[in-house]
Design a protein around this ligand. Structure first.
Ligand code: PRP
Ligand code: URA
Length: 278
């Protein structure tokens, strides 16, 4: 049965709470003022009057909090020479991670992660879109780092609605690294901003080893005719996360953000693992 047929019987929040870490309940990671900032950022994302620039700012902000909760980054001591030729004690993050993000909506999260994590952290991108008839994820392209062995695998996408997009990228990660290259992972982590119970249930079923982190767990996915949005949108949600960040399609804003990420990552290196269909 396709995902769209299964929308009739969606799990409730209570059914999936044990599968997911909710950021606003991580009192072991965050203080009350930080949780207040997280709640305020989330509200900016939900508000239909928030413009694309403010929206991307808050996606970046929440991504930083997600990374802190997931990785609890450790530091190591280093020394650096300042432009004033003073050798100074300092620190670097010591977090062996590989980041994978899903275009378009995951690009801002990818950019934030590239800034947050140590320079040179491997980053991979997937172009996936949802087939609106079946709600299955359709893979278009990917461009991946060659070696992620021994690293934590971190998949970034702001929305987990039916889980189809995450399942789609996970199949490729598993196939390219574990099956073809016998690389081992130090855990699999999923980072979302808003999730639906249906998506959490499906991702946990498809990737039992994954730890799923989300800022908030919403109520349900739209059923046919419920709102002006088609079936499979998160309620109350924030609408279409790609359009809310970049406007429609592969806009100038989207291409500009891609260019910025390319200043952190050499996506053109010959050693990259690629699939290019379009
Ligand atoms: C959005 C979002 C996720 C997907 C979630 O992408 O970024 O990738 O939907 O839905 P799912 O859990 O049902 O797969 P979309 O396909 O709308 O593309 P976009 O990022 O280009 O807007
Ligand atoms: N994709 C989005 O961007 N929003 C949703 O609510 C569901 C899928």
């Amino acid at each position: 049965m396709s995902k769209i047929d299964r929308l009739k019987n969606q799990p409730n929040r209570e059914d999936v709470l044990s599968y997911v870490w909710l950021l606003t309940e991580r009192n072991d990671c965050f203080s009350t003022p930080q949780i207040n900032v997280i709640q305020a950022s989330l509200t900016r994302l939900r508000d239909e009057n928030t413009d694309v620039h403010t929206f991307r700012y808050h996606v970046g902000n929440l991504t930083d909090y997600l990374l802190q909760a997931i990785l609890k980054p450790k530091i190591k001591k280093i020394k650096v020479l300042t432009p004033l030729k003073k050798r100074t004690d300092g620190f670097d993050l010591e977090t062996p991670v590989a980041i994978f993000f899903i275009n378009r909506a995951g690009l801002t999260m990818g950019l934030s992660a590239a800034r947050f994590l140590p320079y040179g952290t491997p980053i991979g991108e997937f172009d996936v879109h949802r087939d609106e008839k079946t709600l299955e994820g359709i893979l278009e392209n990917y461009n991946l780092p060659p070696d992620v062995s021994g690293r934590k695998i971190l998949i970034l996408d702001p929305m987990n609605a039916t889980g189809g997009s995450i399942e789609c990228v996970w199949k490729i990660i598993d196939q390219e690294y574990r099956q073809k290259r016998q690389q081992k992972f130090a855990g699999v982590y999923i980072a979302n901003i808003i999730s639906a119970p249906f998506g959490v249930f499906e991702v946990k079923k498809a990737i039992p080893e994954a730890e799923i982190f989300t800022v908030v767990l919403d109520d349900h996915l739209t059923r046919p005719g419920e709102t002006k949005f088609p079936s499979g949108y998160i309620v109350p949600g924030l609408g279409d996360a790609g359009d809310r960040q970049f406007g429609e399609g592969r806009s100038e804003l989207f291409l500009g953000a891609q260019k910025m990420l390319k200043s952190f990552v050499n996506f053109n290196s010959r050693s990259r693992i690629r699939l290019i269909k379009s």
